[in-house]
Design a protein around this ligand. Sequence first.
Ligand SMILES: NC(=O)C1=CN([C@@H]2O[C@H](COP(=O)(O)OP(=O)(O)OC[C@H]3O[C@@H](n4cnc5c(N)ncnc54)[C@H](O)[C@@H]3O)[C@@H](O)[C@H]2O)C=CC1
Ligand SMILES: O=C(O)[C@@H]1CCC=N1
Length: 264
Amino acid sequence: MKIAILGAGNLGLSIGKGLIMNNAYTSLYLTRRNTEDIQDYEDYSKVKVLSDNLEAVKNSDILIFAVQPTQLAGILEEIKDELSEKHVLISTVTGFKIPRMEKILEAEHFIIRAMPNTAIAVSKSMTCICSNEKGKKRIAIAEAIFNRLGTSIIIPENKMQAATVICASGVAFWMRLIRATTQGAVQLGFDAKDAQELSMQTCLGAASLLIESGRHPEEEIDKVTTPRGCTIEGLNEMEHNGLSSSLIKGIQASFKKINNISEN
Ligand SMILES: NC(=O)C1=CN([C@@H]2O[C@H](COP(=O)(O)OP(=O)(O)OC[C@H]3O[C@@H](n4cnc5c(N)ncnc54)[C@H](O)[C@@H]3O)[C@@H](O)[C@H]2O)C=CC1
Ligand SMILES: O=C(O)[C@@H]1CCC=N1
């Protein structure tokens, strides 16, 4: 696959790193306005770093857009005359809906929206994908890319905002939980490094248990909570202080915000 990442910033570079680690391209163009800081990427085989979007578009089939929402319209205007039937457009831009892209491009194209998360840098992204009607014919390409970089599911476009909160912002939510349990472990006497290791690996183990068994979290909780034991004591104290409620309220606040910042 000849891939271009237009806007190789935080997320674009994470996608780039994942593609490089997986050797998942025949050529990879990385564009951004100031290329100095990422020039080293040209040390990787078949990677080209440049600021010329048109050159990247001409030499690629899959175009992954990873610019800020305010920058996407400008790039689409810039490249639209270079687009042809060979191109598949994949946008990771938050809140920028497909009909708005179609209106700017003024022609039918294979358009896909993907919402990965930053775990894409270690090939563990949960990525939600949707497409326009025409894009359905190429959505398997996006699935193939993102399944190499983690797991993907196809959803309707009207669930993209919710998916962004749960999966993209979700990385930050889980990080904070890991940090909080690390702080708890330090208070119990572990040094900071060991505390974080215990916290991260326990988190990974808990998620893996559910993924591999297909069981409900409460079933696994029942196995840990000895009657009158320490787990239920801690868990109930957390719930009295609003653990589940505060997470759910936080998710709702994020969702409200994302619906306000996206323009339509
Ligand atoms: N799924 C996720 O976990 C996340 C998604 N996002 C979304 O991804 C998008 C990118 O976010 P970040 O990577 O944090 O932004 P960023 O600001 O780090 O990267 C954007 C890059 O685009 C480049 N750029 C700007 N205009 C350009 C142009 N005309 N041509 C070529 N390159 C251009 C900039 O130089 C910059 O390197 C945003 O829409 C954001 O909402 C952001 C963070 C996390
Ligand atoms: O925080 C944000 O608004 C963006 C969207 C998802 C991750 N970062």
